[in-house]
Design a protein around this ligand. Structure first.
Ligand code: 6PG
Length: 250
């Protein structure tokens, strides 16, 4: 399996700057080559500053937003206007100001009462958006952003949960006992096919788990972020100095 690329940056602001520049670079390359940019956004708090930077006039002017299809790697089972919604945060910090065609914003319907149905529906939405059958192999997104929790989860692939099981599905529901909450998440099967995958990891609370994930033995049930291995050999970890503090090879 190709070795992931590690990019060390100074602090959370530099992390967001690097992510914003990568978004523009991958986006403009995809638009130039294929006429569109399909990007999977991550959840949690780390992407907030990324979205704010992309919304600022200097960066906002550097890509044709009408050519972008937005997807999410996971969602909490809450309404889109809920403070916990990953879509809601991206809408508030970036998307609402861009006058986008709503048909190009593909959110997971966390509000649906049946998470399994919502997962199936999202797989159909992805297939429709990318012009393939939902029964085929997963599509290839141009760029996937991911975060990682201090427990080694990514997207909503949490340690020792059902969603870690091998599956033909691209999107699955996942009950997370520690939160006593349902989630919706893309699976490694679809995430790993992306042309580029970027983890954005910052902060001292991630240092221990980052060292285990990158330098320790493969223990994917305990460290689900290890399930993310780029089929294209294009997996990059952008990490700040606090998160990288325990790494031996940096
Ligand atoms: C979610 C995210 C999750 C997140 C990590 C890191 O829905 O919570 O998708 O995987 O990326 O928990 O979160 P922070 O960026 O807040 O540290």
């Amino acid at each position: 399996m190709p070795v992931p690329h590690l990019r060390l940056v100074a602090d959370p602001e530099a992390l967001a700057q690097a992510a914003a520049d990568a978004f523009l670079e991958h986006g403009n390359q995809a638009i130039a080559r294929r006429g569109r940019f399909t990007v999977v956004l991550s959840g949690g708090s780390t992407p907030k500053r990324l979205y704010q930077l992309l919304a600022q006039p200097d960066r906002r002017a550097r890509i044709d937003w009408s050519r972008i299809d937005f997807f999410w790697g996971d969602e909490r089972c809450v309404p889109p206007d809920h403070e916990q919604s990953n879509y809601g945060m991206a809408w508030k910090e970036l998307l609402q100001g861009l006058q986008l065609d709503p048909a190009r914003i593909h959110r997971l319907r966390g509000e649906d009462p049946d998470p399994a149905a919502a997962a199936r529906s999202y797989q159909m939405d992805i297939a429709d958006a990318l012009g393939i059958s939902a029964d085929d192999d997963p599509p290839t997104f141009d760029l996937v952003f991911l975060g990682m929790g201090p427990d080694g989860h990514t997207a909503s692939l949490f340690p020792h949960t059902q969603a870690l099981q091998p599956t033909i599905h691209w999107v699955v529901p996942n009950y997370v006992p520690k939160f006593q909450a349902h989630r919706l998440t893309m699976t490694p099967r679809i995430l790993n096919r992306a042309r580029a995958i970027m983890f954005l990891v910052g902060g001292a609370d991630k240092a221990d788990v980052l060292q285990e994930v990158l330098e320790g033995p493969l223990e994917t049930d305990r460290l689900p972020s290890q399930l993310i291995q780029s089929d294209e050999g294009n997996l990059t970890w952008i990490v700040d100095r606090m998160a990288a503090a325990k790494l031996r090879n940096r």
